[in-house]
Ligand binder design. Structure first.
Ligand code: F42
Length: 146
């Protein structure tokens, strides 16, 4: 059941542009960051209830995805993380394929396992973690059937 609601663009022009070009082109354009594939995550705003679209690095394993709330190692967490804690039903577009997932925040060994997969895709995640005291949140997205 796809998410419904008003789309509210990101205030970050760079991120908004990449998410919108990626979505509008069915994943054919704006699909890389420094040569590494991205996905676009749609979350429901924790406060606004609006649809938020966020470009993130593509970390996939056996049909599940990880999303890493790094925000470049900023001390403040990206807003989309709190959106997912409040509304676990999200959409993820990978290439032309857009599906519904349930987001689950990870801890312990499961987080370590997905952190390793994520930093194998985007090694800068390890650098980002050294820049902030917050433990960068990692969520796994598991497909919602039907
Ligand atoms: N960010 C990452 O954290 N990890 C990545 O792997 C990553 C990869 C990536 C690749 C390409 C690219 O173009 C950008 C990439 N980014 C990555 C940056 C990412 O797209 C986001 O810009 C970044 O993570 C910051 O996310 P954010 O949700 O904090 O976005 C800000 C800029 C934003 O849009 N803020 C909105 C605003 O109006 O200021 C609010 C957004 C929002 O969700 N608001 C909530 C609501 O209710 O609508 C309120 C939430 C609350 O509780 O305050």
């Amino acid at each position: 059941m796809p998410l419904t609601g008003e789309y509210k663009p990101s205030t970050s022009a760079w991120a908004r542009s990449q998410a919108e070009r990626f979505e509008a082109s069915g994943g054919a354009e704006a699909n890389l960051l420094r040569g590494v594939p991205i996905i676009v995550l749609t979350t429901v705003g924790a406060k606004s209830g609006a649809l938020r679209k966020t470009a993130l690095m593509r970390v996939e394993h056996d049909g599940r995805y990880a999303v890493v709330a790094s925000k470049g190692g900023a001390h403040d967490e990206p807003r989309w993380a709190e959106n997912m804690r409040r509304h676990a039903h999200v959409e993820l577009q990978d290439g032309a394929d857009k599906r519904d997932y349930r987001a689950r925040e990870l801890a312990g060994a499961e987080r370590d396992e997905w952190w390793a997969r994520s930093s194998a895709v985007w090694p800068d995640y390890d650098k980002y973690q050294t820049k902030t005291d917050r433990l960068i949140a990692v969520f796994v997205l598991e497909p919602l059937e039907g």
